[in-house]
Design a protein around this ligand. Structure first.
Ligand code: 8YV
Length: 379
């Protein structure tokens, strides 16, 4: 497809209006210095207004704590706008009293529990890197009046793409077939064996019909397969068949894709009973959270032929993968790569920082989680 330079420019202008802080105050240098198509129209110079300059200098004194690893783009942008302080991990023992009284914001892609929140009396906001925020005690944050944000939307299509790749790979054994070729077995032994499983004729159940679940469902529909779902409640505007229990969904389909968040209600929801209901031709794919599956039951179901195959991108105790799952060859295992492209992780990093900037500049983050949506900025 030929993309005209004016289309690219239109997208840039659009991005400017969607993320005012990023593009006007921070993104100026990268817009001006970025690679330019030979015939692209020259972008107008963006200058920070005096109000924006004063917002920028006002946020410079705010201490943002980053415990553990974080995407370097987020770290860079936080350092540009705020006073960045890093510690090795989210451990109250690493927070000395002087620091504790200064930290007003946090950006994290690690677990943040109640004791860590309590160690920071001036904390106002936790910007979580990831749409799933099960690792952050958002309920406790809400009780303490601390805002929590996550990174929805920017990763939806990427994760849905990965889910489909994982499903096809699980059913059609593409990784195994490639290994066969690389091992010289095609030439030595002939064609790779026909796969016993196929996508043809399958019916797909989605566990968790949020934004990502819906993006997966759209792709499944394009493959000509029927879609049904289970969710806490039916989703407005979603016409796929709804099952009010996970068991009911498992009985109605032979392929289940879990996109469910990791909560107390979903803990080990996919267990021996659900897998048995999927049946001997059953395929289970998990792109949501490992905690939603009883991994011992899943390994047993794969070993015994209770289901045919599973494709897993997430595990209960990452990065550790249970030996029982490594031992079965009808499991396709990925190291949690659902959103892991340069493009999408950069967008997630931007949203983490835009949430902090929105909060401190305007008292409104872009994507608060439901538990803390109603929290207003103090002072
Ligand atoms: C990331 C994810 O791998 O967004 C999520 O909830 O699981 C993934 O996109 C994760 O956030 C990185 O820590």
């Amino acid at each position: 497809m030929k993309i005209s330079p004016s289309f690219l420019w239109f997208r840039r202008v659009n991005a400017v209006s969607r993320y005012p802080f990023r593009n006007r105050l921070h993104g100026f240098a990268s817009v001006a210095a970025g690679p330019r198509l030979p015939d692209a129209p020259r972008p107008p110079r963006l200058r920070a207004t005096s109000t924006e300059r004063s917002i920028l200098s006002a946020t410079k004194d705010i201490v943002i704590l980053v415990p553990g690893r974080l995407h370097p783009h987020a770290v860079g942008r936080i350092g540009d706008r705020f006073r960045l302080v890093r510690i090795d991990r989210a451990d109250p023992a690493l927070v000395d009293p002087a620091l504790a009284g200064q930290v007003r914001g946090m950006a994290a892609m690690t677990g943040i529990d109640a004791s860590f929140i309590d160690a920071l009396p001036k904390l106002e906001i936790i910007a979580n890197f990831g749409v799933g925020y099960d690792a952050v005690d958002a309920r406790h944050a809400a009780k303490r009046g601390v805002m929590v944000t996550n990174t929805p939307d920017v990763l939806t299509e990427e994760v849905a793409d990965t889910a489909i790749g994982l499903l096809i790979n699980t059913v059609r054994e593409l990784a195994k077939a490639e290994n066969y070729l690389r091992a010289g077995r095609w030439e030595g032994e002939g064609a790779y064996p026909l796969t016993r499983a196929t996508l043809r004729g399958r019916s797909v159940g989605i566990f968790g019909m949020g934004r990502i679940g819906q993006a997966i469902a759209r792709r499944i529909e394009a493959f000509g397969l029927p879609v049904a779902y289970h969710n806490r409640r039916p989703v407005d505007g979603v016409a796929y068949a709804y099952h009010d229990t996970l068991k009911g969904l498992a009985e109605a389909v032979d392929t289940m894709i879990s996109v469910a968040p990791g909560t107390a209600a979903t803990e080990k929801a996919v267990n021996a009973e659900i897998l048995a209901a999927l049946g001997p031709d059953g395929v289970f794919v998990n792109i949501g959270r490992g905690s939603t599956v009883d991994e011992a039951d899943l390994a047993a179901a794969l070993k015994n032929g209770t289901i045919r195959a599973a494709g897993l991108d997430v595990f209960a105790d990452e990065p550790r993968v249970p030996q029982a799952l490594l031992d079965v060859d009808n499991a396709t295992l990925l190291p949690h790569v659902g959103s892991a492209s340069v493009h999408t992780r950069q967008a997630m990093a931007d949203l983490v920082v835009d949430n902090l900037v929105g909060w401190f500049a305007e008292g409104r983050p872009i994507s608060p989680v439901p538990e803390t949506e109603a929290i207003a900025r103090r002072g």
